[in-house]
Design a protein around this ligand. Structure first.
Ligand code: NIG
Ligand code: FE
Length: 407
């Protein structure tokens, strides 16, 4: 419900169970420690949680909404999507099923490059129209906040257009835009990196089109030294840092991101003990993407080992046409339990407060006083349904609140 049509104060009752992590990033064993209240109530004022606790102790208020004996968890946060694209990758997928690898398809000009050709050819209105139903699907699955990357434009005008499409959808959806420097052009990569640093990043920052810059650091994409140059330019222009690293090869991106204080390193399928140790010793979030494991049949990122080492782990869909056509943030959560070895409680922390931290946000992800009143009402009375259900509709309703002080 938009903030302007909401009564100033609402008490939600009829909550069979309210399950939430504590506010702020949770690392290591803390990820498994949820606060669970049976027969709970939630008082919301001006889009912000005022009080939460047992219904028997709830403050009196005129406006009461009975949720009918359902469980409530925080609104999910999807910290990694590529929801803006044109074209499709169905031919790539069939080639892959016949034995071609993702990297071989990319090296011969298919894969990401074919999506770049289609996306660069699309106009702003077309990009908005293509992206809208994808974001609506993520919201229907439980996502109250969604990160969206550029990265299929290559040419600078097309990268800006992707971010403008995100801006057009901002408001109807709660979005965190990221400039992704995805793969270099086939010729002139040094010149391209220089242009990214000296033209694209300053222009994105000037127009306020992104909050962070992300790089794909990989043998088929950018080197560690190119990534460092892009990161330094991003930081100098006030952007936060995120990274795609260790998807196929651990070539040093994770260590660089931890050294430079990046918000998150995402993928990590090829991470080993050195990368796990670097993440555990840093404040950088380790974001795992189980849709990629499922779709590309890559090894699962070592989320269990990361949690055991004390890292802060998040989970995202990585919604994109090539490596993760996964249109459900709730399913990413449920897959992280099956594929990455997280417990249900750890997975809920990963998709809420830790995903918020991966976006540099500390005002959401926990149902506690002072946080944004973003929450999911489940279809059943037990909060674990949101971690258990594969397909179907675990989430009955997503409540997203725009705090009244919000600009
Ligand atoms: O996060 N790995 C690099 N980028 C995307 C995939 C993009 C694509 O294949 O179109 C990812 O998996
Ligand atoms: Fe990605």
């Amino acid at each position: 419900m938009p903030a302007d049509s909401m009564p100033a104060e609402t008490l939600y009752t009829g909550i069979s169970q309210l399950a939430t992590p504590r506010p702020g990033p949770q690392r290591g064993a803390e990820m498994g420690r949820l606060e669970i209240t049976e027969n709970a109530a939630l008082l919301v004022r001006g889009g912000v949680i005022e009080w939460v606790g047992p219904a028997a102790q709830a403050p009196a208020t005129a406006n009461v909404v009975d949720l009918g004996g359902r469980a409530v968890v925080p609104g999910l946060i999807d910290p990694h999507t590529h929801a803006v694209w044109a074209g499709n990758r169905l031919a790539d997928w069939e080639a892959k099923l016949q034995g071609a690898t993702y990297e071989e398809i990319l090296a011969r000009g298919g894969g990401i490059r074919s999506t770049m050709r289609a996306t660069a050819a699309a106009g702003l209105d077309e990009l908005v129209a293509l992206t809208h139903p994808r974001l609506a699907a993520l919201v229907a699955s439980g996502a109250a906040t969604t990160e969206v990357k550029s990265g299929y434009g290559l040419e600078f005008g097309a990268e800006l257009r992707m971010l403008q499409a995100v801006r057009e959808l901002q408001g109807e959806f709660e979005l965190c835009p990221t400039l992704l420097i995805h793969v270099p052009p086939e010729e002139g990569r040094a010149c391209y990196v220089q242009g990214v640093c000296q033209e694209l990043i300053p222009e994105v920052a000037r127009q306020g089109l992104a909050q962070a810059v992300d790089v794909f650091t990989e043998k088929e994409a950018f080197t560690v030294e190119e990534t460092r140059a892009i990161f330094l330019a991003g930081a100098a222009n006030g952007l936060q840092l995120k990274l795609h690293a260790d998807q196929f090869h651990a070539i040093g991106g994770t260590e660089l991101a931890c050294e430079l204080g990046a918000l998150s390193v995402d993928h990590l399928e090829a991470s080993g003990p050195a990368q796990i140790a670097a993440l555990a010793a840093s404040d950088t979030v380790a974001t795992v993407l189980p849709g990629v494991t499922l779709h590309l049949r890559l090894p699962a990122a070592p989320a269990r080992q990361l949690v055991d080492a004390g890292a802060c782990v998040a989970v995202g869909t990585d919604l994109n046409p090539g490596s993760s056509p996964l249109f459900s943030t709730q399913l990413a959560l449920a897959l992280a339990v099956r594929l990455n070895g997280l417990t249900p409680a750890e997975a809920l922390s990963a998709c809420t407060v830790n995903a918020a931290h991966a976006l540099g946000l500390n005002d959401r992800g926990s149902l506690s006083a002072g946080q944004r009143a973003d929450f999911c009402v489940l279809n059943g009375p037990d909060w674990r349904e949101v971690t258990y259900t594969l397909g179907g509709q675990a989430v009955a309703q997503v409540q997203r609140s725009t705090p009244l002080s919000h600009p």
